[in-house]
Design a protein around this ligand. Sequence first.
Ligand SMILES: *[C@@H]1O[C@H](CO)[C@@H](O)[C@H](O)[C@H]1NC(C)=O
Ligand SMILES: *[C@@H]1O[C@H](CO)[C@@H](O)[C@H](O)[C@H]1NC(C)=O
Ligand SMILES: *[C@@H]1O[C@H](CO)[C@@H](O)[C@H](O)[C@H]1NC(C)=O
Length: 739
Amino acid sequence: MGRKFNTAIWWFILFVVSSTIPLKAHSTSEDDRQTCIVYMGDRPNADVSVSTLHTNMLHEVVDSDVEVPKVLYSYKRSFHGFVAKLNKKEMQKMAEMEGVVSVFPNEKKQLHTSRSWDFVGLTPQLQLLSERSAKGDIIIGVIDSGIWPHSESFNDKGFGPPPKKWKGTCAANFTCNNKIIGAKYYKVDGNFGKEDIISPIDTEGHGTHTGSTAAGNFVSSANFDGIATGTARGGVPSARIAVYKVGWVDGIDDADIIAAFDDAIADGVDIITISIGGEVVREYFNDPNAIGAFHAMRRGVLVSASAGNDGPTLGTVGSVAPWLLSVAASTTDRKILAEIQLGNKMTYEGVNINSYDLKGHLYPIIHGRDAPNPKSTSLKSGSCLDGSLDPKLVKGKIVLCDANALGEDVGFASGAVGIIMEGDSQADTGFSYALPASHVDTKDGASIESYINKIRNPSATIFKSHTVFDRKYALHAASFSSRGPNTINYDILKPDISAPGVDILAAWTPLKSPSEYKGDKRITKYNIISGTSMACPHATGAAAYVKSFHPNWSPAAIRSALLTTAIPMSAKLNPHAELAYGAGHINPIKAIKPGLIYDAGEIDYIKFLCGQGYESSRLKKIIGYHISCSDVNIGTIWDLNYPSFVASTHTSIVNRTFTRTVTNVGSPNSTYKAKLSPAPENFQIMVKPSVLKFTSLGQKKSFKLIIVALLKNGINSVSLVWDDGKFKVRSPVFVFKLT
Ligand SMILES: *[C@@H]1O[C@H](CO)[C@@H](O)[C@H](O)[C@H]1NC(C)=O
Ligand SMILES: *[C@@H]1O[C@H](CO)[C@@H](O)[C@H](O)[C@H]1NC(C)=O
Ligand SMILES: *[C@@H]1O[C@H](CO)[C@@H](O)[C@H](O)[C@H]1NC(C)=O
């Protein structure tokens, strides 16, 4: 919000300047430079001096009469590349240089801003089992806004020294312990804000929240001002945390995200969690998360990334590379209410996180529309936008606002006692404000409005939040969660899976107020926030839980275990079906015993990339050895060994064959039968063979799934279950029409 506002002002200033001051006769090419990432694929040879190489490359692309830009970063530990300021012409020349895979401008990215582990069935007792199995050897790399190290969630009581494989370090001005075993920070432009602390310390709260959700200790009686009290903990409380801070007051730079991946992989983390994304989805080797996750995958490290908060619009999912796990957000069976009562005793189930207690006292209520200040309009004040309300009219009152009021000064500037927002968008998610606040749907909003209009002295109160539990709240895709389809490859299902991301309680930093509003003076150790940012570390924790029992499983095997054991979500409740929730909702307990896995490794992704038109010469740079696409069995998108099946079509006719190979990790002797859920009319799905017989563990068997269909609707979901009587290995089969 703030960033958009600043951009608009900046353009205005630029316009004024350029129209009043005559431009220089010719602008030098340095003026047009922007920070760029030069990605060079596989790790450099040990005998190459990368800094000399990078400087030489810069000399070659820069005209002789202009200054050669500085190398801002050299990536060399897990993959190869560097960062420097280049103009358009220099970028083009650089892209053609030997060894370069891609050159792309650095963009700013944003953070995808207790009870949840019980909801997914992972009780403390079961978590202790994984502790015994993994013995504290799992390291989770958290690429985020840093960490608040003094939180109970990161206390190292009972932890031994870091595992031997650990090669990471700690920033000089940060004290690591045996829980937080590594901590670094990155800022490519060195341009820190006044409120930034130049260290891995978290001033945003986001990194502390995601880190503790993935791997926080057991902390009993955690709560936010008495709301949502329970035992806070991560998916694997015995896991270690390595912090890579990239989030600052002015946002997050691609160049820093890539630097964090370069270090995390080489440091020896087991899983990387990244709840960060941008608005634009880019081709795989122009995308920081996809580049980082590709090299992580080659070293056996799974990357779990948030799908994004741009839902419910279709085609908004980010982090779509087939070698990473993309996580959507859903509700749990808990809802946090901030009930409202009017002077006429009518009550409404408002949804919000409200820790303020008005003690049932009734205050006058007014619609923002009726209280614009002389410089504003009733349209603006109706939505309670910043600076739109007249303090004389709203002071001491509760204000009813259209839509979610997100202004920085809601309440304080105007002197209102509280706000009630009405609207159907994001009515499933609670937010924190710096004053008593609640949120109702348009139906209840209309009822409150009619009360305000009818009564001479209307009044209302907002109650402090309390939690309610009901199964019917659960397993809804959050409205904000980004939806598929995957716009790079329609036929690879993204998001992959869904996890709790609504009203999540986890550790917080004392350096940020719980509402994140500047005027809010409250401090809390645990805070309740929502986002795919919160869902992602749940999936990370679940993946770590699986890894604690199966330390040698590949990233694809762990992902397969999570997807094929996921709790089915309902296409009736969620009209975007798989495009909203992927394979369904994480079920970590089941995921440790999946029966069969759809495994994939480097060579499978290379075949896939060959099939996507990547040339052998480009692939050689990325992987560091020669492979000829014409020699390998080039894989179509439908043959990548993915645990979900997607066929998109522009017409109504589908005739698609998929090939898959499953590996037996269940019982040595087992016979699996293919079972398909009832298909829509005019749908024919065949599985050949329809019975798979295994006689040993690790044995692989292939099959084909063939869909021949005449589509009636846009979205069609079926599921394939391989069932041996003990294990049920479920995959979504999803067919949709592109419009
Ligand atoms: C931490 O160390 C860095 C590098 O030496 C320095 O720039 C920064 O100001 C230090 N931060 C704090 C909070 O002392
Ligand atoms: C589907 O495609 C296959 C191979 O291209 C072809 O042999 C088959 O006849 C097609 N089936 C239908 C029903 O069109
Ligand atoms: C599996 O079956 C084979 C032959 O049918 C038999 O020799 C073997 O002992 C069985 N293994 C187990 C673990 O039951």
